[in-house]
Design a protein. Structure first.
Lengths: 377, 289
């Protein structure tokens, strides 16, 4: 889960990583003259999209009049389809130098990766491509971690300002600590700046590993602050992995690979999927009932394809869920069901005993997709 | 021969007393797999349908000679369970558990490599089956048949789809393996491709990938250099909406890799026959065996 800048900076504060003094607001009325920040103050749109500066989402206010004026302009602004709903008001820094640093998991190397460069504040992907020598890439053993000698050597290798070596070393060590202890998929600071107040993380890009939510109380708080599209809210409440798409064939399947593949096969038969909906592994009858409820509230759905290949998921439970959701109901659209794998015989017999004229059972994924596409016309 | 497991494989089930563990362990036993033990701290001495329960894997290994662990332990305890099985001397650990934090997976992988010679399959995988010999995991054995095609996949349910397409055309399988789709899989495509290339029973290989990461591109490079057996491949997600990139760091690490078209191109270039629909896998294999 990707965090907003202000959320990432809260984590920075928790891990003693210096950031400029700031306040977070989500309406103009929250901005009063006694905000306690020194001018100039930077008004920063809180959106999860790159290029907000160029789009006018960042402005520097020299006094209170400008602060309210700019805040009013930026709140509600549409930046590449993202509406600005909140702002971070931050004391401006005198920047002497700008660096880049990130920690992430390198899946190919199966170890952690630190990237460090003296050329921060700009497009780091371009630096990586054109001047790869300016970007230090250091792999870190997940079981051994990152020691201070390695950090010092990286600071020297990246040619960062050596008069700030001790301070930079602390910050890097704390960023790594956040990355590991905080169960982050990504911690990226661009720029990590040398300012008149010392080393300071001027921006934050943090992504959390939601599989670790059980050991972090703050993950839920962060999640609650991130708006999700209305179409995905209901599915989220039901713990379903749902993504709205443009087409008309509603898709329910188990396992991301099979669901993606179902999208591909529907497209091959000339149709377009209305959504991606993965009920996951080991789904119960209630999960399937909830999945059908999610599609009921989607106007663009004209037919539904349920494609289940049971492994840990049991087809009899899926069939019970379908019956539960459709029994005695006049269905808005045809449902094509394909059940294979674990307990599929039991599942099919449950469906045969509870016939509904709008439900068709198909014996193959290909045929089911074809029928669903025809049903959506 | 088959790879990684055979009719002599002896399985200890970690989490045998849980609902999923019990259901699948008994299914595996009914299929003929030697399920010799289960573990559950505090329940040592009890049994589940005749399978003895031990407090630790070490005790189970000592008493029954188990050489393979199958793990259904919930995410918060999965890392310790896998390491316990490895330290107890299991050669193969099949971790079915879904939802383990990436940090736990990375540390677990690192420690296994450094301190043990155990092979981990998964986490978040359906396990593996050598039809007619042994089933260690959650794959529905009804759809498999014994034969000469090796199947490897990142996706669970899509593995089943591929296997069914083969069986429907009367083409049997040597071993079917789901490596799992998590960030740090214990066994990679390359490990499995290497084993299939060296397995006398396997005459052709089906490799199923999906969008994201660069595992398929790395596998393609390996196929080009090392695999002489015919490979049929399918990549799921050609029409899926592009996912969000993980900051600039993610973009730098993955470069142009990750899209379905990049993977298809790399595999085609390596000499694999890449089909655009999983239902064509069977016919494509029939054309080469």
């Amino acid at each position: 889960m990707n965090l907003f800048e202000y959320q990432g900076k809260r984590l920075y504060q928790d891990f003693s990583i210096p950031t400029p003094k700031s306040i977070f607001v989500s309406s103009i009325s929250e901005i009063t003259d006694n905000h306690g920040l020194k001018y100039p103050v930077v008004v920063k749109a809180q959106v999860q999209v790159g290029g907000r500066g160029k789009a006018g989402g960042i402005k520097v206010a020299k006094d209170f009049d400008e602060l309210t004026k700019f805040s009013g302009e930026i709140l509600g602004m549409d930046i590449k389809g993202h509406i600005v709903e909140s702002l971070l008001l931050e004391e401006a820094s005198d920047i002497l130098e700008e660096y880049y640093i990130s920690f992430t998991l390198d899946r190919s190397a199966k170890s952690y990766l630190m990237m460090l460069s003296a050329k921060g504040g700009m497009d780091i992907e371009e630096v990586a491509e054109k001047n790869p020598d300016d970007l230090i890439m250091l792999h870190i053993s997940p079981s051994k971690g990152l020691d201070s000698e390695t950090i010092i050597k990286s600071i020297e290798d990246a040619k960062l300002n050596e008069s700030y070596k001790a301070e930079l070393s602390d910050v890097i060590s704390n960023l790594y600590k956040l990355f590991v202890e905080g169960d982050c998929d990504l911690v990226e600071v661009n720029p990590l700046a040398i300012t008149n107040n010392g080393v300071s993380a001027l921006d934050s890009k943090v992504s959390l590993d939601m599989n670790a939510i059980y050991r972090h109380e703050n993950f839920k708080d962060f999640e609650n602050e991130i708006p999700i599209p209305v179409s995905e809210q209901f599915a989220k409440e039901k713990n379903l992995n749902f993504i709205k798409l443009e087409g008309s064939v509603g898709i329910i399947g188990n396992g991301a690979g099979l669901v993606m593949s179902t999208l591909d096969v529907v497209s091959e038969h000339g149709g377009m999927a209305a959504n991606f909906l993965d009920i996951g592994g080991g789904a119960k009858a209630e999960t399937v009932t909830a999945a059908l409820e999610v599609l009921e509230s989607e106007d663009n759905v004209k037919s539904v394809l349920i494609n289940i290949f049971g492994g840990i998921t049991r087809c009899d439970l899926v069939a019970n869920g379908i019956v539960e959701a459709t029994k005695g109901k006049e269905l808005k659209w045809p449902i094509i069901v394909r059940l294979d794998g674990t307990n599929s015989k039991e599942g099919l017999s449950i469906l045969e005993q509870n016939t509904n004229e709008k439900i068709t059972i198909s014996s193959s994924m290909d045929e089911a997709a074809k029928l669903a596409v025809e049903g959506a016309i | 021969m088959s790879i990684f497991i055979d009719s002599e494989t002896k399985v200890v089930v970690q989490g045998l007393t849980g609902e999923q563990g019990k259901f699948h362990a008994l299914r595996n036993r009914d299929y003929g797999t030697k399920v010799v033990a289960g573990t559950r701290p505090g329940k040592g001495g009890e049994s589940v349908e005749g399978i003895p329960i031990f407090n630790t894997v070490e005790e189970a290994v000592e008493a029954t000679g188990a050489n393979t662990a199958m793990t259904f332990v919930p995410p918060p305890f999965a890392k310790d369970a896998v390491l316990e099985a490895a330290y107890a001397g299991c050669d193969l650990i099949v971790c079915i558990t879904e939802g383990i934090p990436a940090k736990d997976e990375a540390e677990m992988y690192d420690l296994l490599k450094e301190k043990t010679s155990s092979r981990l399959l998964g986490p978040n995988c359906p396990g593996l089956i050598s039809p007619g010999k042994s089933n260690v995991g959650i794959m529905p054995h009804e759809i498999t048949m014994e034969g000469n095609v090796g199947v490897v996949s990142r996706s669970g349910t899509l593995t089943y789809q591929a296997v069914l397409e083969l069986t429907n055309l009367n083409i049997g399988q040597s071993t079917c393996i789901g490596i799992g789709g998590d960030p740090v899989p214990g066994t990679s495509f390359i490990d499995v491709l290497d084993a299939f290339q060296n397995d006398s029973q396997t005459e052709a290989i089906v490799m199923i990938g999906e969008i994201g990461g660069s595992a398929e591109e790395e596998a393609a490079e390996f196929i080009k250099k090392n695999v002489t057996k015919p490979v049929v491949s399918y990549i799921a997600g050609l029409t899926a909406p592009p996912g969000k990139k993980m900051g600039h760091a993610g973009a730098i690490v993955s470069g142009n890799k990750g899209t379905a078209s990049a993977k298809i191109e790399a595999l085609t270039d390596a000499g694999a026959n890449v089909v655009e629909n999983p239902t064509r896998i069977g016919q494509a294999i029939k054309d080469v065996v």
